[in-house]
Design a protein around this ligand. Sequence first.
Ligand code: R5P
Length: 309
Amino acid sequence: MLVVSGSSCKHIAEDMAKILNCEHHSLEARRFPDSEGYFRVPEASIEEIRSNPVILVSNTFPDSCIVETLLLLEAIIDVRKGNLADIRGKGIDCEAIGPGIYLAIPYFGYSRQDKRFNQGEAVSARAIGMLLSSKCDGITVLDLHAPEVLENLPVKVSFASSMREIATYLESEIKPDFILSPDKGAIERASFVAETIGCKFSYLEKTRIDAHTIVHKAKDLDVNGAIVTIVDDMISTGGTICRASEALREQGAKAVFAACSHGLFTGGAISKLDQFVDGIIASDSLKNPRSVVSSASALCRGINKLIEK
Ligand code: R5P
């Protein structure tokens, strides 16, 4: 086994290699002055990539990382096919080796565009899943918003979750009495965290008016004097968490924390959230100032599931 990465997930790839007890190699991924990407398997990695199953760890966010992931996979495919000769006569083509290219995606961008909400829309999450599956033999995705969208892809797909590690962190650092899911979509993840810690759980019903405006249906929550953590798959503008925190404070919560796998934190979300919550905990699927939980173990579990399938 060999773990490789480009520009987006080196920190996770290095941790995964340690867990899997194998080498990590950095692939070349840089930008031309006009912003187009340049991607290459360095000469020093060719032999290892041809001799081992390879795991590329790469995000599909922001958009430039979709192109990067596809082209890094393309470069790996060529190396494994034995297409090694360049135009300068360096390298010699050799025999192809069999399947064994796996993709580990810490944060799958476009995951929320998982349905045709309005006539004429692209189902973007599925479309990107199809593109990626044309270039690898299996994909594992961390805390995908709605896993159904990647079911029945032409390659094996496994789903991994960092909620186990988030629960462990919360139990040791925050000691919550109550876990809240801010909407129905996060119930499975948040209730898993509550069960793991052994504390109370409830959820809110959320209606999204637009990207920046959400409303929660009023609900009585047993949170008087409680330390509460709101658990979601991702935090983007922070609107969902801020509104949920208001509801909790109104009902007497002593402290409110927010935890998520994917901390996008767009448009000053951290400063906004700091006015509503006592702390924010995120996994390192995306680099941000609140990423305190490693996603590497969860992704390794996902890779092991893929290989066992
Ligand atoms: C949506 O259903 C997701 O699970 C999150 O709740 C949502 O994306 C968070 O977005 P924001 O932070 O902008 O409210």
